[in-house]
Design a protein around this ligand. Structure first.
Ligand SMILES: [Zn+2]
Length: 131
């Protein structure tokens, strides 16, 4: 490709509409073809790199796929586990709050009972000594 933007038939001097009409011997290849060729070259490099990686790991593509699938499953499992842990902590905190409330109620009830007993005792002593 040249300095200016490429187009099919670039440099044609005979006003042709296609390669078949043209007598200038210029390039009529579609730009997409060049783009796809570059892409194929790039993909081949990636393929070679990945194959090399498999070779180093002693794996084939199917084994690698299995490992990645297992890893993804493990990640999902870990995420679920952390949700369960969170729920467990929330439940524990709620239970603790409930126990605190129960103790508070019991203490208040106990104090009220003592006051009631004192009042009753006071009343009985009062009536006993004043009849
Ligand atoms: Zn031409």
């Amino acid at each position: 490709m040249n300095e200016e933007r490429y187009y099919p038939g670039k440099g044609c001097q005979c006003y042709a509409h296609s390669e078949y009409e043209c007598a200038c011997n210029v390039d009529w290849t579609e730009p997409e073809v060049y783009e796809l060729r570059d892409e194929v070259k790039e993909l081949k490099k990636w393929k070679e790199a990945i194959e090399k990686l498999f070779e180093i790991c002693g794996l084939n593509a199917i084994e690698f796929k299995d490992i990645m699938t297992n890893k993804i499953n493990l990640d999902v499992f870990k995420a679920q586990q952390s949700e369960i842990d969170k729920a467990q902590i929330e439940f524990n905190n709620a239970t603790l709050d409930l126990i605190k409330d129960i103790y508070k109620t019991l203490i208040i009830g106990f104090l009220l009972l003592i006051i009631l007993m004192l009042v009753t005792w006071g009343y009985l002593t009062y009536t006993y000594f004043n009849h």
